[in-house]
Every structure is written in C-alpha cells, then in structure tokens.
Ligand binder design. Structure first.
Ligand SMILES: Nc1ncnc2c1ncn2[C@@H]1O[C@H](COP(=O)(O)OP(=O)(O)OP(=O)(O)O)[C@@H](O)[C@H]1O
Length: 357
C-alpha cells in the first residue's frame, strides 16, 4: 500500500483550475519530484499535501489515514520552502530545536536530537552561530535539519535550492539526496529544474496545466517522454513531422520526407500524423552517404565537453550534440552524414494529449 496517496485531487481558485484530478501514490522512503513550468500547479499540490490550501475535491491519505481535511499542524509534516526563513534572532541549534520545544519534548532528549540533526547536515560545529553568520548553503541545511529533526512521516520541499548559485546548488542536490537516503524520509519536492528533478528523484511527476502528464522514473521520462512538451522540457529533442505508413504489434513504420523508418513505439493508426523525436546526443556525425541522411553544417558551438551542430537536411534542421574527443570539429559549410540507432527514436502523438499515469 502506498504511504502518501492523492486521489483525484483538484483545486480551483475561483474559476481557475490550478490542479486537475491529480492521482499520485508515493511509497514509503521514496523521493518524488513535481516538475513543470511556472503556473502548472506544483506548489498548489504541495500546499494541499501540507494542509495550507484546502482541496476543492478529491482525497489525500497518509499511512492509510484520510488527511484531506486535517489541519496543517496535525499532519506533522516536515516542510522546507524557498522562503521559509530561519528565525534571525535564534542560534542554529535553537532554530532546529524550536519544533521540538513546540512538541514539549524534554530538554535532554531535545539536545540530543538537535545534535544528531546538525551532524546529519554537517553543521554540528556551527550550532552556536546565528543565521546571518552562515552561507546560503549552510542556511538551507539548517532549514533542512529543522524540518527533519521532528522525524516527519513526509518531507515537503518547495524549490529548496533555488536561492543558491549554480555550483552550490549542484553540490546541495547530491547532499540532499544523500541525507534523504540516510534518513529514509518519504520526500516530495517541487522544482522547475529538470536536471535537479532527474538527478535527485526516484520518480518524477511532470505537470502541465494542472495535470500530471507523466509519472515515471527519471530515465524513463527522458527516454520515453509521453508528450511533445515533455520531450522538449526534459532535455532537448529533434522533432520531425511524420506520417504513419504501417502499424504493427511491436513497431510502427513512419515516413519522414524521403526516409522510411521503423520505430519501436506502437498504438498509432495508419495515415495518422505523428512526431518523430530523437535526442541530439543520439545523433552521430558520419561520412556523407554513410548515415540515414546527409546534411550541411550551418553552425557549430563549442560547449566544452561537447560540440553542438545545427545541420540542414532534407527533413529539416537537426541539432547534433557530439562528444568533444579532442579531434578537429566539422567546419561550418561542410557536408556530413547523420546516423542514429533505431532504438533511440520515439514516436509522439502529433496533437498534445495528456497521458494518465
Ligand atoms: N492564491 C491563489 N489565488 C488564485 N490563483 C492562484 C493562487 N495560487 C496559485 N494560483 C494560480 O494557480 C495556478 C497554479 O499555481 P502554482 O503556484 O501551483 O504553480 P507552480 O507550478 O507552483 O508555479 P511556480 O513554479 O511559478 O511557483 C496558476 O495559474 C496560479 O496563477
């Protein structure tokens, strides 16, 4: 049985439907991210789980208990919001201890728990400092310790790293994941950063316009996006208009310009318009005439570990990401062949379609 379960959870703000019939089951100890562009309903979903926003319809269960209408302070959840400021006049230890004091925990036990929580986030040596004497990453870790110290059944994180600079943010992503693994707290995190969601989570919930359009493991979301939007929001994709010419039990044949291609996806009817999606890093530059198609390099960009090429072909412009192996890159204006493995092609419906998870 899932630990946290949302069933048909819907939220209206007046006439605006912010979240639409959301269904989500989170297992105990799992780390799930709600990922999507601004305004897609991520924060509203988290706020409903926290109990800060009322649910318009649907049901939320925690450990088998209906908490849909339970008051926020009775849910006992750990919460770290982006703007969840620390108390500036309290030391690090007092900030972390606060939730335990509210729960009337005896002092000796409290001191021990605070010590453990601070050790967990590597801040035991800073227990006596004030928030202003800490770096952004350290303050974020205090907020995390403060949420974890109460040993909540579920930890809710709303863009917890968005105030940090890029490098620190990356470091904290790994640290957050390590801490979560060690403690084993069931965690739901909101983020609009796809690489953050992919690197930290066990599963990702991609949201569009209030709906969860795909719920899956990060690699599956990347390799098998269920909509055109997801294929470009999570990573980059070359999308080519195509027409279905054959539909079998295991694969589908499509025509893209003069190319006839067999794709592993199914469920498409003959003559339907579709979109063929291939990730830029799955395309390989080969000698002219040696690949699936030839083209001309329009532009190239040096990205350090990779070269990005824009190549004009008869089926449209393709973006190719090639590893920088130290050899001379292809010059702009040169002819090239482009090849890609059959299993790297994905077929998407031409029209946007929400896919229920
Ligand atoms: N208190 C509110 N009153 C009215 N509408 C709201 C309120 N809060 C959010 N909304 C609307 O609900 C929709 C979802 O908002 P929400 O904040 O959940 O999105 P989000 O995905 O978290 O976005 P962001 O990444 O920008 O925080 C948006 O259209 C937003 O304008």
């Amino acid at each position: 049985m899932s630990f946290l379960r949302l069933t048909d959870v819907t939220k209206f703000y007046g006439a605006t439907r912010a979240v639409s019939a959301m269904n989500l089951s989170v297992e105990k100890g799992e780390f799930v991210s709600l990922l999507g562009p601004s305004g897609c309903g991520k924060t509203t979903t988290l706020q409903m789980i926290a109990g800060f926003e009322a649910v318009s319809s649907g049901r939320i269960e925690l450990a088998g208990k209906d908490i849909t209408h339970a008051k926020a302070n009775t849910r006992g959840l750990g919460i770290v919001f982006q703007t969840y400021a620390l108390f500036p006049h309290m030391t690090v230890a007092d900030n972390v201890s606060f939730g335990l004091e509210m729960r009337k925990m005896p002092k000796a036990e409290r001191t021990e728990r605070v010590k453990q929580a601070l050790a967990l986030v590597h801040l035991d040596r800073h227990a006596g400092r004030y928030p202003r004497e800490l770096s952004g990453g350290q303050r974020q870790r205090v907020a995390l310790a403060r949420a974890l110290v109460i040993e909540p059944p579920v930890l809710l994180l709303d863009e917890p790293l968005s105030n940090l600079d890029a490098k620190l943010r990356e470091e904290m992503q790994f640290e957050l994941r390590q801490i979560q693994r060690k403690v084993g707290t069931t965690t739901v995190m909101v983020t609009h950063d796809q690489s953050e969601a992919m690197s930290i989570s066990d599963r990702v919930v991609v949201m569009e316009g209030g709906c969860a359009t795909q719920i899956d493991h990060p690699q599956r979301v990347y390799e098998h996006p269920s909509t055109r939007f997801i294929s470009t929001f999570v990573g980059k994709a070359n999308l080519l208009d195509c027409r279905v010419s054959g539909s079998g039990a295991e694969r589908t044949c499509v025509e893209v310009g003069t190319l006839s291609l067999d794709v592993d996806d199914t469920g498409f009817s003959v003559d339907a318009a579709a979109l063929l999606s291939v990730r830029p890093e799955k395309l390989q530059l080969v000698a002219p005439g040696q690949g699936r198609i030839d083209g001309e390099v329009l532009e190239r960009f040096f990205l350090g570990s990779q070269w990005l090429y824009r190549v004009a072909t008869s089926v449209g412009e393709l973006t190719v990401l090639s590893p920088n192996d130290g050899r001379e890159a292809l010059a702009e204006g040169s002819r090239t062949g482009i090849d890609w493995p059959a299993h790297c092609m994905r077929l998407l419906p031409a029209e946007e379609k929400a896919v229920a998870a």
